[in-house]
Ligand binder design. Sequence first.
Ligand code: ADP
Ligand code: MG
Length: 725
Amino acid sequence: MSLLRFKMVDAAINHAAVEPTAPEGCPSDYFGEKVFNHAAMRKYLDKRTYALLSETMEKGTPLSREVADSVAAGMRQWALEHGADHYTHWFQPLTGGTAEKHDAFAEPDGEGGVLEEFSGKLLVQQEPDASSFPNGGIRNTFEARGYSAWDPTSPAFIVDTTLCIPTVFIAYTGEALDYKVPLLRAVTAVGDAATEVCHYFDKNVQRVFSYLGWEQEYFLVDESLWAIRPDLVLTGRTLMGHESAKNQQLEDHYFGAIPARVMAFMKDLEYESLKLGIPVKTRHNEVAPNQFELAPVYEEVNLANDHNQLLMTIMDKIARRHHFRVLLHEKPFKGINGSGKHNNWSLGTDTGVNLLGPGKTASENLQFITFLVNVISAVYKNNGLLKASIMSATNAHRLGANEAPPAIISTFLGSQVSAVLDKLEASRGDDAIRFDARNVFKMSGISHIPTLLLDNTDRNRTSPFAFTGNRFEFRAVGSSDNCAEAMIVLNSAVAAELRDFKAAVDARIEAGAKKEKAIYEVLKQKIKACKAIRFDGNGYSDEWKEEAARRGLDCETSTPLMIDHYLDKNVVKMFADLGVFSKVELEARAEVKWETYAKKIQIESRVLGDLTMNHIVPIASKYEAMLLDKVYKMSQLQGLNASADILLIKKIQDHTAAIQKMTDDMIEARKQANRIEDQREKAIAYHDMVAVFLDKIRYHVDKLEEIVDDQIWPLPKYRELLFIR
Ligand code: ADP
Ligand code: MG
C-alpha cells in the first residue's frame, strides 16, 4: 500500500461513530420546527392575512402586494426568533441542485444604525444576478435578467441561519429557467384534466392532486478515502477500480444490520429532515455494499420535489459531520448496483379518493380502470419522451448499460390488473367490472399464519414503470436527478391523455351513447392501442430488447439522440396545448441537456486522462522497472528461469502502451468535439467519439491494478471503498 493510501485507509478504519445530535423523544416535538407552516403562520400573521394566504396556498388565488407585506413582516419576525439573520430566494436552476443568494435582514437605517428589513417586495420577487445559470440561449448573459418569484404553495424554511423562500426562476421575457415553473404548470394541467374526467363518476370533486413519494438511494464512502480518489471528488463516480472479490453476491447487505457509523448519520439526517418538515419514514440498506435508501411519506408533487431537493443538500452537509461523503451518482461503482430514485406517483381527489387505487363499488372501479388505462396509454404514446426526461450522462450508466433495467420504457401491471384489462378488451357489452379491492389470500396448510391481504400486484423489480397496487412507480429516475423533470413529463402526458379521453367520451355521449357505454368503448380502444407498452416479463433479459424493438417501443441507447424527443412535433404540440412549455422553452431545455451531457463526459475524460498519465502509468512503470531489474540480475546467474517475470513485464508493457495510445486518441477526439459549435452535434460527438474511450481505457487500468504491487498502488481499491466498518 502506498503510504498515503495506508494513512487514509487507517483513518477510515478508525473513524468512530459520531454522536448524533438528535434528541431522545418524539419526532412530533420537533417536526416542522424550521418551517413557516400553518402553525407558525397562525401565530405570526393576523387573521385576515392568514386566511388570504391559506386561500392562495390551497387555490392558487393571487396575493395583493399589501397582503404580501403583512406576510413578509410575520415571516421575518418568525425567522429572526428562530435564529435566522439572512434570507434567500431558493430556486432550482437547470444545472440540477438548488441555488441561493443570501441577503442579510439588516439594512442601514440611514442614521448610522441598522434596521431589520424584509418587505413584501423582497419576499415576492427578486432579480438575482444569476446570469451564468444555463438557460439554453433564452437569456443572453449580458442581459442578466432572470427573476425569482415566491411560490407560496411551498412553505419557507430555515437552514442554518438563513430563511429560504422557495421561488420560481423566470426570464424577463417570461420563459421558465428552472424546474419549478413547468412542474407547477403540469400539475395544474393534470389536475384540471383529471377533475373533468372525475365528473363522470362524482360531481363533488373540485380538485385533483398529483402525489409523489420518492425513494432516494445513495452510497456513502469514507471521507478520507474519497479525498484521495480524484475521480470520486471530481466526477462522483469511480472511473477505474477492479471489482472487489466480495461485493454484493452474498446479498448480505440488503436489509442487513446498519453499521453504527451509518446509523448515527441516518439519525442526524432524519432529525434534520423532520425539523424541515420532510416526512422521512423508512431507511434501510440497499442491495450493494455501502448503499442505502431513504423514503418519506408521499406529498403533493411540488412540495415533495422541494423536499427531495432540500434533502439532497442537507445530506451532503450531515455526511461531512460523520466523515462520510454522499455519492448521489447513479453508478459510482462498476459491477455492483447503481442508485435510482423511484418516483411513486398517483392522482388523488379533494374528496380523498386515490384515483389509482381499486375501489369498493362498480363505479369506483370503473373510475380506477379509467385512470389506470389513461396512464398506461400516456406512457405508451410518450415512452421515448419519458425516457428523455430521465436520461443524462450519469443515469446512462445505470439504464441500458451493463446493468438493467434497459433503456426501454414499459409498464408492469401484474397478473390481476392485466386480466381485468384483457377481459375488458374482449368484452362485448358493458358488463360491470368486478374487481375485488381486498384480495384475501389464504395460505393453505399453515393455520397459525393469519390471512394475508395481497397487494393487487405481484412485484416485478425489473420494470421501469410498475403499477404497485395504488400508484405507479417510475423507477428509471436517476438518484441525482431533480424529480421534476420526470414529473413534468408524466403529469403532462397524462393530462393530454385525459383530455383526449374526455373528448372521445363526450363525442359518443353527444351522439346518443349512454355514459357508461361511452366510457367502456373508449377504454377498450385505448387498451387495444397501447398493448405494446405492457410487459410483465423480465425486463433485464436480452429477449425483451428484441421484443421491444418489434413492438415499436423506443430502444434508442444514445443519450444525445434521446433528447431529440423533446422537439418531436407531437411533443411540442402537446406541451403548447397544455401551456406547460412553449417551443422556445423546449428548445432551451434540450440545449441545456445536450450541453450538460457534453460537459460531463468532457470532465470524466479529462480526469481519466490525468489519472492514467499521472498516477497509473508512472506506478506501473515503476513496478515494471523493478521487475526488469530483477530479470536483469537473474540473467547474471546460472540456472534461474525468469520467464514468468518476463511475461509479467510484457503484460504491463501491453497495458501501459494501450493506455497511453488511447489516452492520446481520446484527447484528440475531445479536441475535435470541442470544435463543434452546435450543442446537439457536440453532445453526439462526445457520446460517439469520446465516451467510448472511458471503458476501454478503464479495462487496461483495472488489469494493471490486478498485477501491480499493492505496496505502491496509489488509489484506494474497491474493497477499501466499499465496506464501512
Ligand atoms: P417500496 O420500497 O416497497 O417500493 P417504500 O415504502 O420504500 O416502498 O416507498 C414507497 C413510497 O411510495 C413511499 O414514499 C410512500 O409514501 C409512497 N406512496 C405510497 N402510496 C402512495 C401513493 N398513493 N401515491 C404516491 N406515493 C405513494
Ligand atoms: Mg419502491
